[in-house]
Design a protein around this ligand. Structure first.
Ligand SMILES: Cc1cc2nc3c(=O)[nH]c(=O)nc-3n(C[C@H](O)[C@H](O)[C@H](O)COP(=O)(O)OP(=O)(O)OC[C@H]3O[C@@H](n4cnc5c(N)ncnc54)[C@H](O)[C@@H]3O)c2cc1C
Ligand SMILES: *[C@@H]1O[C@H](CO)[C@@H](O)[C@H](O)[C@H]1NC(C)=O
Ligand SMILES: *[C@@H]1O[C@H](CO)[C@@H](O)[C@H](O)[C@H]1NC(C)=O
Ligand SMILES: *[C@@H]1O[C@H](CO)[C@@H](O)[C@H](O)[C@H]1NC(C)=O
Ligand SMILES: *[C@@H]1O[C@H](CO)[C@@H](O)[C@H](O)[C@H]1NC(C)=O
Ligand SMILES: *[C@@H]1O[C@H](CO)[C@@H](O)[C@H](O)[C@H]1NC(C)=O
Ligand SMILES: *[C@@H]1O[C@H](CO)[C@@H](O)[C@H](O)[C@H]1NC(C)=O
Length: 508
């Protein structure tokens, strides 16, 4: 008895000193690194390559440290990885480009991270006009490869964003009104299932999996290739225009009107933003308004954007014709910081957008009072409004499981919605808890006020959602029931629901 007690204490001491003593960690990482296919694909915390992958996360708070990482280069290696993980019941995480911001979105400190970051290239077939996009790269690689072929695809507005998560969670692009959500542009997914099988999912083969992956995120398999329809216009006109903050109401009014009349200008795109950047000393209090204004048919100063182009008080302007690659370099944020994002969606009703702006000003004051720029030189905040419109569903190539149709119906004929997101940043890990508290309070107030006005959709965009926001449940019961059925068919033992530690699950 005494000997067992002493042993238990010894193990406990060792376990705190050295995670490798955790027997599950040892079993899983050994099984991977002894596997003949994977032996040189496994990274341990004692290597500089492991540290490089940790540093490569967009948000420092998302960069959880796994027992070990495995970085497959092919579908076959990914399949072998899944076989080992499933056979040994290893808890695991799945990483694409590593751009989702909350802790536990794409890495885990209670398991193995499957990191697809080395599967990071694109090919193009002029005969099929399809782009074959690998999951672990960034949109800059994708746009850069496709540009010389004079085509582009519905990728992110910031080209450092990763491919995999973006395409599986929806994907809101410059081309959204003209071509739909990015997931509705994937004609075929090459997928590694829980048991290691490699299959295609498209309209004619495994169509239920094909549909489920259009919004189902990481719940059904590891996607190793996305075959996307291409767009025959690699140039876009537009960019960002900045206004003094006191022009914000005019920007909100123009955004509401633009969204209501979207049918007249689906080739135009608008994203309205309001920011606090204490380093922007030219603007009073570091407050400013900015809009992303674009025409994806490369038409300069198009009629559809007129209401924005006449707003005075412009202090900076980056509107011009350029490639999608160059255009999307403008939106790249600062990485390596603490990030918190919260999101909601509402009727396109000016009352809730004005409320959001006023509430955002309070949020900035809270950041000043509770953290203070003098204590954190990277402190900052941004409120984003993005149209949610019917062309974004209709102009995709086939359906998705995002479930937005229900919300348009609820809001009435010719209705539109608005996606609202707040992005908070700070440099110091010690400030993360305050960012979370302030962000969650903002979102709670926004949703409550919208509910009082009768304009709260309750839909949450998965790619912007915080871990607390449960986006898949908001797709609606029909989508959720469908996803349960597809998961049961392709992952009968629930590997992605139970062993997976990262991302959002299907509510059961
Ligand atoms: C600066 C910035 C700009 C952004 N701009 C846009 C924008 O313009 N439009 C927009 O819609 N969104 C945008 N986003 C949000 C973006 O869509 C999400 O962060 C998205 O998750 C990024 O994909 P990723 O592969 O980098 O993510 P990761 O963090 O690697 O993964 C996100 C989720 O997807 C899963 N996943 C990733 N790859 C695969 C795969 N191959 N198979 C199965 N599951 C996988 C992961 O397990 C995880 O749950 C932006 C984000 C940032 C930080
Ligand atoms: C790193 O750790 C692994 C697993 O514990 C071990 O097999 C390997 O030899 C170590 N490498 C170095 C360089 O210490
Ligand atoms: C792309 O993957 C290769 C390995 O296939 C890797 O060497 C390279 O660093 C990756 N590129 C980026 C930008 O991560
Ligand atoms: C792309 O377009 C340019 C300009 O119109 C043209 O010169 C070039 O040949 C095109 N390239 C391809 C691969 O079609
Ligand atoms: C659909 O999947 C089948 C089966 O793997 C494959 O033969 C076919 O080429 C795929 N279709 C497309 C459009 O990718
Ligand atoms: C708006 O703010 C700018 C400075 O940022 C100032 O020059 C301008 O006079 C203000 N306009 C109004 C109407 O207050
Ligand atoms: C793997 O899972 C799929 C989906 O459940 C199934 O169709 C297939 O037969 C399985 N393959 C093996 C080798 O068990």
């Amino acid at each position: 008895m005494a000997r067992i007690g002493a042993l238990a204490i010894a193990v406990a001491v060792l376990a705190t000193a050295e995670t490798a003593v955790n027997p599950v960690a040892t079993t899983c990482c050994n099984a991977l690194s002894r596997n003949p296919v994977l032996h040189d694909k496994v990274l341990y915390p004692n290597s500089s390559a492991y540290e490089d992958r940790i540093k490569d996360y967009y948000a420092a708070n998302a960069a959880l440290r796994p027992w070990c990482m495995v970085l497959p280069l092919t579908s076959e290696e990914t399949s072998e990885t899944m076989r080992v993980i499933t056979a040994n019941k290893c808890p695991f995480g799945m990483r694409g480009g590593g751009h989702m911001v909350f802790a536990g979105s794409s890495s885990t400190d209670h398991g193995v991270t499957i990191d697809l970051g080395y599967m990071n290239y694109t090919t193009y077939d002029p005969r099929t006009k399809l782009a074959y996009v690998r999951p672990g790269g960034t949109w800059s690689e994708v746009y850069g490869t496709l540009g010389p072929h004079n085509v582009t695809v519905t990728g992110a507005r910031s080209n450092l964003v990763g491919v995999g998560g973006f395409l599986l969670g929806g994907g809101n692009s410059l081309h959204a009104a003209a071509y739909g959500w990015a997931c509705q542009n994937v004609e075929n997914f090459k997928v590694v299932l829980a048991n290691g099988s490699i299959i295609n999912a498209n309209r004619s083969h495994n169509p239920d999996l094909w549909l489920g992956l259009r919004g189902g995120s990481a719940n059904l398999g590891l996607v190793t290739r996305f075959d996307m329809r291409t767009i025959p216009e690699p140039l876009t006109w537009g960019g960002g225009r900045f206004w003094a903050y006191n022009m914000s109401d005019a920007v909100v009014e123009a955004t509401v009107k633009f969204t209501d009349t979207i049918e007249e200008h689906v080739d135009c795109s608008v994203e309205a933003m309001f920011g606090w950047d204490p380093t922007n000393t030219q603007q009073p209090g570091g407050m400013y308004a900015v809009a992303s204004l674009d025409n994806v048919r490369n038409e300069a100063y198009p009629k559809g954007l007129r209401d924005f182009l006449v707003i005075g008080g412009v202090y900076d302007d980056f509107l011009e014709s350029r490639t999608v690659l160059d255009r999307t370099t403008l939106g790249n944020g600062v990485d390596g910081l603490q990030d918190v994002w919260v999101t909601g969606s509402y009727n396109n009703d000016i009352r809730i957008l004005r409320y959001g702006l006023k509430r955002f000003e309070e949020l900035v004051q809270q950041l000043k009072d509770q953290i203070g720029y003098e204590n954190d030189e990277r402190l900052g905040a941004l409120l984003q409004y993005q149209p949610l419109t019917e062309p974004m569903i209709r102009n995709g190539d086939g359906p998705s499981v995002l479930g937005l149709e229900n919300y348009f119906v609820k809001a009435g004929k010719n209705s539109a919605g608005m996606l609202s997101t707040v992005l908070l940043q700070a440099a110091k890990p010690a400030h993360l808890a305050a960012l979370e508290r302030i962000g969650h309070e903002f979102q709670r107030d926004m949703d409550e006020h919208a509910t009082e006005l009768g304009v709260n959709w309750g839909w949450k965009y998965l790619n912007y959602a915080d871990y607390s926001e449960g986006p898949i449940a908001r797709y609606g019961e029909e989508s959720v029931e469908f996803l349960r059925k597809v998961a049961k068919r392709y992952d009968p033992y629930g590997v992605f629901q139970n062993l997976r530690q990262t991302g959002f699950k299907i509510p059961m």
